[in-house]
Design a protein around this ligand. Structure first.
Ligand SMILES: [Zn+2]
Length: 82
């Protein structure tokens, strides 16, 4: 098990990102900031719920909680980003 983790070094990064996503969802009460949908009620909500960057990373936005908002997959798709 430990060998596998070492092989894929970005596995740890991914796990951290997942934890961060969860913290954003909890902070935002699992509500999409665009349409107000409760992402928690969606089927497969961990996949349907997305995190949106207030300042896009391409414009220097960070991956910190301050720059992240809960967004449902539909609104995120409609915006055409991520
Ligand atoms: Zn939405």
């Amino acid at each position: 098990m430990e060998k596998k983790i070492r092989k894929r070094s970005n596995k740890r990064t991914r796990a951290l990102k997942e934890a961060l996503r969860l913290r954003v969802f909890v902070r935002d009460n699992w509500t999409c900031y665009i349409c107000g949908l409760r992402v928690r009620d969606l089927p497969n909500h961990p996949r349907m719920a997305t995190v949106d960057h207030i300042i896009p990373r391409i414009k220097g936005g960070s991956n910190e909680m301050d720059n992240l908002k809960t967004c449902c997959a539909k609104c995120n798709n409609d915006k055409g980003c991520n």
